[in-house]
Design a binder for this molecule. Structure first.
Ligand SMILES: [Zn+2]
Length: 143
């Protein structure tokens, strides 16, 4: 995949279909995430619903709990870095821009804002008005 790429749809009907497909994928991800979290809670809670300390779980319970943690983390990353959601703001209904250095998609609104903010910070830094060190790596990744 190219370093930087915008996936843009002009046709309102195609936008609607795209947005509905994204919502469906997000819903499926959230459902799976809910099942994972529910099983984690079931393993790590006693019958009264109180938390069981990790060192009191059986080895098989602990092994399963760790598997579920890995699954949840992977699922979270897939969701956050997919084209379905903006990595920065979480919107799902806009054209998306792929930022290779971060291996993530950002909505066009965030990209425009981040580009503008980075340019303003750079100009202030050049004029000596900005004494903090801006996160150049992140801002420059959008230029
Ligand atoms: Zn965004």
């Amino acid at each position: 995949m190219k370093d930087k790429r915008i996936i843009s749809l002009k046709n309102p009907n195609l936008r609607k279909i795209r947005n509905e497909m994204r919502e469906l994928l997000i819903l499926a991800r959230n459902t799976k995430r809910g099942k994972i979290r529910s099983e984690m809670k079931e393993i790590s809670s006693n019958e009264e619903g109180d938390s069981i300390p990790m060192d009191e779980l059986t080895p098989s319970q602990l092994k399963r709990f760790r598997e579920l943690q890995r699954l949840e983390s992977k699922n979270k990353d897939i969701g956050r870095k997919s084209i379905c959601l903006c990595y920065n703001c979480g919107k799902s209904d806009l054209d998306m821009y792929y930022n290779y250095p971060y291996r993530a998609w950002f909505c066009v609104e965030c990209v425009n804002f981040l580009k503008s903010a980075h340019s303003k910070m750079r100009a202030k830094k050049i004029r000596g008005e900005y004494t903090c060190d801006p996160n150049d790596e992140f801002g420059q990744s959008f230029l």
